[in-house]
Design a protein around this ligand. Structure first.
Ligand code: FAD
Length: 322
């Protein structure tokens, strides 16, 4: 699988791929190989071993210091040509979505994008790749019987990483594609990093999420007060993002982020299938909705029927005074 690193920091989804890779490899009696590209990133190899990699194929080249499409495509293509894996996975990040289709075209195989489930078919030993289709209304399971590798991008936050194995040491295979990886077409002139002191909602243990029922951007303060009182973060449905009340980076759901917190408060959220796709794996779901027939109550562990404007301040006050 492709390991995404930025500034020598491995992206979370890569650890999730390693965890899933372990599970698939056990079913196939095979190994998990992490493909790590970059410059001076060899120090990450042991960490990848601790999260489940049997082997790390390392391509270290100055041209790979910052992600650009051409050199990365050449390098991953060469690795696949040499090692001929049965399965090759990418995270469905912006980089993975750019890279995977190009690599799949080069190696003449199919690509199932944005998978939410991967399993091995007991009989054929093929990879069953499942992804939402038709706006999330059906789940499509796709097989790739004739071409190799079987290739997929996987949604961040869906697969589980393993608990790190203390003291794991990587078996590293340094790979040189044997040709210049320099980028002929693109020159990186400047990198402007987004500065943010917000916690990513995918890392938060408690989320207080608001939908159209919150009613206005100002009213999100009620959710922020509760989140602050219990050490959580605010998230939202797409309706709130589309209304301009909240930022896209806190959207939960099929076209937002997949979250798996210990506690998920769904406030004024109806529970559309596309929203549920991003949060139904949460450990405890607490829904507040004034409509007792809202579908969110079908997945909620605790349901409160009522007006969030009344319930949230009471809840926050109670938590503060307990
Ligand atoms: P609504 O469905 O309008 O629900 C508002 C709820 O608030 C209602 O249940 C109402 O009873 C309740 N309410 C109103 N006032 C109060 C009050 N005072 N107190 C308590 N409850 C109140 N949606 C996502 O969220 N994430 C996605 O990633 C996503 N991706 C999509 C992708 C596609 C291809 C498509 C077609 C749709 C997608 N959607 C997504 C949109 C999704 O279908 C729904 O439209 C959206 O989730 C609805 O958001 P909502 O629940 O906030 O709003």
């Amino acid at each position: 699988m492709f390991i995404q690193q930025i500034d020598a920091k491995v992206t979370g989804v890569s650890y999730e791929l390693l965890g899933k890779g372990r599970e698939l490899a056990e079913k196939l009696n095979s190994d998990v190989t992490a493909v790590l590209l970059g410059h001076n990133v060899g120090g990450l190899c042991d960490k990848l071993a601790s999260f489940g990699a049997d082997k790390v194929v390392l391509v270290d080249d100055a041209a790979l210091e910052t992600y650009t499409t051409e050199p990365y495509t050449h390098a991953v293509h060469s690795v696949i040509e040499k090692y001929k894996p049965e399965i090759f996975l990418f995270g469905a990040t912006a980089i993975g979505r750019d890279l995977a289709p190009r690599v799949s075209a080069r190696v003449h195989t199919g690509l199932t994008a944005d998978c939410t489930k991967l399993e091995i078919d007991e009989e054929s030993k093929l990879l069953r790749m499942t992804r939402p289709a038709f706006g999330g209304n059906i789940m499509a399971t796709i097989l790739c019987p004739d071409f190799r590798p079987q290739m997929a991008t996987v949604r961040p936050g869906v697969m589980k990483k393993i608990l790190p194995i203390e003291g794991a040491k990587a078996v590293v295979d340094e790979f040189n594609p044997g040709f210049e990886l320099n980028n002929k077409y693109v020159e990186v002139v400047e990198i402007i990093k987004k500065v943010s002191n917000k916690v990513d909602i995918m890392d938060a243990k408690i989320l207080v999420s608001g939908g159209r029922g919150v009613g206005s951007p100002e009213n999100f303060k009620l959710l922020k007060d509760l989140a602050d009182a219990i050490g959580g973060e605010v998230a939202s449905s797409r309706a709130s993002v589309d209304a301009g009340w909240t930022e896209k980076d806190i959207q939960v759901g099929q076209t937002g982020k997949t979250v798996r917190p210990s506690v998920y408060f769904a406030c004024g959220i109806s529970g559309a299938i596309q929203h549920l796709a991003g949060m139904e794996e949460s450990d405890l779901i607490i829904a507040i909705n004034k409509d007792e027939s809202a579908p969110i109550f079908d997945v909620a562990d605790v349901g409160i029927v009522g007006d969030l404007n009344k319930i949230l301040p009471i809840l926050t006050e109670k938590i503060k005074t307990e």
